[in-house]
Design a protein around this ligand. Structure first.
Ligand SMILES: C[S@@+](CC[C@H](N)C(=O)[O-])C[C@H]1O[C@@H](n2cnc3c(N)ncnc32)[C@H](O)[C@@H]1O
Length: 283
């Protein structure tokens, strides 16, 4: 975990930066010699993070107007985005319980889903909140951002307080650290550096809470060649080149049989239907 300092080079952002440092419980540094440290820098262009030690020295901010992301959101349809197929077009409300920098949620919001984003890390959440605020000022992005609501909390705690169930709960926990991680995208390197991996016990509790709270299904993003989360077999999966979306249908979801039939018709094998095998010894 980097030792971050909140910094500003803009005199009119001094108070806001000081306040942010207090909220995040981090040291504050105002204009002066630019320190060669790990920084959260606030100015008129947004909130940037710089982590020197990990060669992520180029400042990074959450930017939903970034060309690749925007182009993808513009081209996205319920039929060409694997994530949308996994969420299901009949579902409307999604709770993204591992929000990160909100890119997956942004893609879903651009497809018309209404998303609650829950992020446990105060620093990640501050970077995301800044990205959302700037995007709200952009006419093209504003209607999409309207469908995104950020909550800073641990999802396991948050899900316990819910009175109305979201149709879908989406989970994208940090992928296991692999040799490829060093080459992974800059934003993933930053998340790795800030968050690290997740404990197995935490993932168990997260998946269990999600399955209890989702009205229709839980969708989990995984590396394509990897075990299902916590070794719990999904109802079916959607496979991409590098990633996979595992779908856990709610027991009472009347769509279950239909979705599985549709999936197998599209060449997506319902991975392992849940059979209830009677135990002869218990009868
Ligand atoms: C791989 S990132 C998610 C990336 C995200 N899907 C995106 O598109 O930017 C995983 C994130 O989940 C968050 N997280 C993990 N467990 C959580 C929990 N119990 N509650 C809230 N956030 C959690 C981590 O802090 C991290 O930011």
């Amino acid at each position: 975990m980097p030792c971050l300092t909140v910094y500003t080079d803009a005199p009119n952002y001094c108070d806001a930066a000081k306040q942010l440092a207090q909220q995040l419980n981090l040291p504050f540094l105002s204009k002066g010699t630019y320190p060669a440290d790990d920084l959260l820098c606030l100015n008129e262009s947004g909130l940037f993070i710089t982590i020197q030690r990990q060669q992520i020295a180029k400042p990074f901010r959450v930017d939903f107007s970034e060309t690749t992301l925007l182009q993808r959101a513009k081209k996205a349809t319920p039929y060409n985005e694997l994530i949308a197929k996994a969420i299901g077009k009949n579902n409307k409300s999604v709770l993204d319980a591992t929000a990160g920098f909100g890119y997956d949620a942004f893609l879903l919001a651009s497809l018309g889903y209404s998303i609650t984003l829950v992020e446990q890390s105060l620093i990640v959440s501050a970077l995301l909140a800044d990205g959302l605020n700037r995007a709200k000022q952009n006419k093209t992005l504003e209607p999409i951002i309207q469908r995104m609501r950020l909550i800073t909390n641990n999802s396991i705690d948050y899900l316990n307080t819910l009175t109305s169930k979201p149709d879908v709960i989406y989970l994208d926990p940090m992928f296991p650290v692999s040799k490829k991680t060093a080459k992974s995208k800059k934003e993933m390197q930053i998340l790795q550096s800030l968050i690290g991996g997740s404990q197995e016990s935490h993932l168990h509790l997260l998946l269990k809470s999600a399955r209890q709270c989702a009205k229709n299904r839980v969708v989990v993003k995984r590396p394509r060649i990897s075990k299902p989360l916590c070794d719990i077999t999904p109802s079916f999966s959607f496979n991409g080149k590098a990633i996979r979306f595992d779908v856990y249908l709610h027991h009472s979801d009347k769509m279950q049989n239909t979705s599985m039939k549709q999936a197998s018709r599209r060449g997506i094998t319902p991975s392992h239907p849940q059979f209830s095998i009677p135990n002869p010894q218990s009868s």
